[in-house]
Design a protein around this ligand. Structure first.
Ligand code: PLP
Length: 505
């Protein structure tokens, strides 16, 4: 393709994308394909001779779109959202043009410096303490590909920090601690690092959140067993129910455990901190609080405070996948664990130590130029536009919540709505007692969910918490309007009737 062909193809691509968004509300959310249907249409090997662009581009409609689950569709309410915006799409086009792996400042000063400043913009937007900002020159932020990558990276840093305090501790004794509600990123980080993961049981009366007492008991028990619990993964907005761990109680307990690094995974709910009215619910004060405990780990971060915080702008934060924002209280936590500088990566700027070389903050060397997406989105929406988007999601979910509450004989909220997440259960029509009722209700809820899963027009996600099977409805698309909430509610009611009918038979 030459430049003039690219110009033409590019205009056509933008036209096609605009049409896609126009068609989106009318499309089914789910594709009508079986496993292998798409793969079969794709040639087994690359062509020997290059093909015409028009033939290649036609495959977007012919082969790709029929196999797409439409995450941007207004009735996609599964998992958590993965917002996209025109501004982010444009940023990805520009970033693609300069295709820059920006691992050192010198590799691309603009990629690095824009990211440094954008991470401070977002930290300000969320109300994170200045000690997390890049401007502090001590703490700082970096954009990663996923919350799992952020978690793995800080677990490496936490392990190094703990080993400085307890040199020679065998890996078999090193434990990452979370709860039964921690995202699988915790168990995965432990798996990758060859360490173990301890999941503390959370309780219904604590709204499935981790409390200080349970943490104290677990840490005491692990220590008694000769283990070294060195990283705690606290969650603000758990995947199943939006549970928010008690950060103040956690940091208070952690103050007695100098080697315990605290990471807050707020992959989904963290962006809600952009709303002043959500900050208390998200424990922002406790996230920001500084510890007075002695700085035990050789100059790296005191114990009893949050050491790192992560949220994904690529969920409800209007930035196209991927943009996982990670901040640390002390950038040396990362660089002292991850800096390996072979001679070919040295340059005079790196040697001065005055520039940020993001390769030393992360696992890989090369990295995507993601900050342009943040810059375009935040400038175009402004803080007020960003907040309006979040309030819009919350108000749609509140509408759904009120519909659930208006049918107390049919449905119940499993937990109170958390921001834009509604978790519901169908009530069994002939209530019995205790375990029998739970079993019946679970069967009914499984049938109900199975019916929703057969639909192409909506997409929801099931979960099981405390032995109870529930359906999660996560509102996230900027395209979701009140009419879509009404439509989803109608479908839910029809399927609830059907599930109950089939249970009677
Ligand atoms: N943490 C929480 C609370 C999540 O809900 C999710 C995904 O939904 C993740 C982490 C994983 O995010 P990622 O796909 O960015 O690793």
């Amino acid at each position: 393709m030459d430049r003039e062909q690219f110009r033409k193809a590019g205009y056509a691509a933008i036209d096609r994308i605009c049409d896609y968004f126009e068609e989106l509300p009318e499309r089914d959310v789910m594709p009508s394909v079986e496993p292998g249907d798409i793969g079969r249409q794709i040639p087994k090997s690359a062509p020997v001779e290059g093909e015409e662009w028009s033939t290649i581009a036609a495959d977007f409609d012919k082969v790709i779109l029929p196999g797409i689950t439409h995450w941007q569709a207004p009735m996609f309410m599964a998992y958590f959202p993965a917002n996209t915006t025109y501004e982010s799409i444009l940023a990805d086009i520009y970033a693609g043009a300069v295709s820059n792996p920006g691992f050192n400042w010198l590799c691309s000063p603009a990629c690095t410096e824009l990211e440094v400043v954008q991470m401070d913009w977002v930290a300000q937007l969320l109300g994170l303490d200045e000690s997390f900002h890049n401007a502090s020159n001590v703490g700082g932020g970096i954009i990663m590909g996923s919350a799992s990558e952020s978690c793995l990276t800080v677990c490496i840093a936490a392990r190094e920090r703990a080993l400085r305090l307890h040199p020679g501790t065998p890996f078999e004794q090193m434990v990452i601690v979370g709860t039964t509600q921690t995202h699988s990123l915790g168990a995965k980080a432990a798996l990758i690092l060859g360490l173990s993961f301890e999941a503390i049981e959370t309780k219904e009366e604590d709204a499935w959140a981790l409390r200080g007492e349970a943490l104290r008991e677990t840490l005491g028990r692990l220590k008694g067993e000769g283990k070294l619990p060195f990283a705690l993964l606290a969650t603000v907005g758990s995947t199943s129910t939006g549970a928010i761990d008690d950060i103040a109680e956690i940091t208070a307990v952690a103050a007695s455990y100098p080697e315990l690094f605290i990471h807050v995974d707020a992959a989904w709910a963290g962006v809600m901190l952009a709303l002043p009215e959500a900050r208390e619910e998200c424990h922002l004060d406790a996230i920001n609080a500084r510890s007075t405990a002695v700085n035990a780990a050789g100059g790296i971060c005191a114990s009893g405070e949050v050491h790192s915080f992560c949220t994904n702008l690529h969920k409800s934060g209007l930035v196209t996948f991927d943009a996982s924002c990670l901040w640390v209280r002390d950038r040396k936590l990362l660089t002292e664990a991850l800096d390996i500088t072979p001679p070919f990566l040295r340059n005079k700027h790196t040697d001065t130590g005055l520039v940020v070389d993001y390769r030393n903050w992360q696992i890989s060397l090369g990295r995507r130029f993601r900050s342009l997406k943040l810059y375009f989105v935040l400038r175009s929406y402004g803080i007020s536009g960003f907040q309006a988007h979040l309030r819009n999601l919350i108000s749609r979910a509140a509408r759904l919540e009120s519909l659930v509450l208006s049918s107390p004989n049919e449905f119940e909220l499993f937990v109170p709505r958390r921001f834009s997440l509604v978790v519901l259960r169908l009530k069994a029509s002939s209530p019995k007692n205790g375990e029998v009722e739970d079993k019946d209700a679970n069967e009914l809820n499984k049938k109900f969910f199975a019916l929703t899963a057969e639909r192409k027009d909506i997409h929801l996600t099931p979960t099981t918490v405390g032995g109870k099977y529930c359906t999660r409805i996560a509102i996230g698309s900027p395209f979701t309007k009140d009419e879509h909430i009404k439509k989803v509610w109608k479908v839910i009611n029809e399927l609830a009737e059907e599930a109950k009918g089939s249970q009677v038979e």
